[in-house]
Ligand binder design. Structure first.
Ligand code: SF4
Length: 115
């Protein structure tokens, strides 16, 4: 049975350390980590496979995965897709409409806060 871990509260900003963003292997590849509008399933599989390859060589993988789970991020983080994070009990809390824009803004905010 799928267990959903409820957020304890709605945070005002990102939760958890962000130092790992300084060594992120995905910098410059955001097109692989966030779905374009109306992405077809086959394209998603190819895009996420490419993202997974980048994550597999990233020294920040475990911290990134924990961060994405804690913050209910959208997109591909820490070697996990949104659906894989949801299956692990950490579904995104953002409505489907506008998710790409929200995901991109969250990623920009997180990277800006890390620098
Ligand atoms: S684990 Fe993946 S998503 Fe996270 S910082 Fe590294 S390359 Fe980027």
């Amino acid at each position: 049975m799928l267990e959903i871990i409820e957020p304890s509260e709605t945070p005002a900003g990102p939760v958890g350390p962000t130092e790992w963003m300084d060594v992120a292997a995905c910098v410059g590849h955001s097109d692989l980590f966030f779905a374009p509008f109306a992405e077809r399933p086959e394209a998603r599989v190819r895009r996420e496979a490419a993202a997974r390859m980048i994550c597999s060589n990233c020294v920040g993988l475990s911290s990134c995965q924990e961060y994405a789970r804690s913050n209910r991020e959208l997109g591909f983080w820490g070697g996990e897709s949104e659906s894989e994070r949801a299956e692990a009990g950490f579904p995104p809390t953002t409505p489907i409409i506008g998710r790409k824009r929200v995901a991109e803004q969250r990623a920009r905010d997180a990277m800006a806060n890390a620098s």
